[in-house]
Design a protein. Structure first.
Length: 25
């Protein structure tokens, strides 16, 4: 369960980072 939560958290961070990069460019 911990690995799943960590994966989701990492995925959210990656998605938000991509979104910010998309808005910036």
């Amino acid at each position: 369960v911990e690995s799943i939560l960590t994966y989701q958290l990492y995925n959210r961070r990656a998605m938000s980072a991509r979104g910010l990069a998309g808005l910036a460019s």
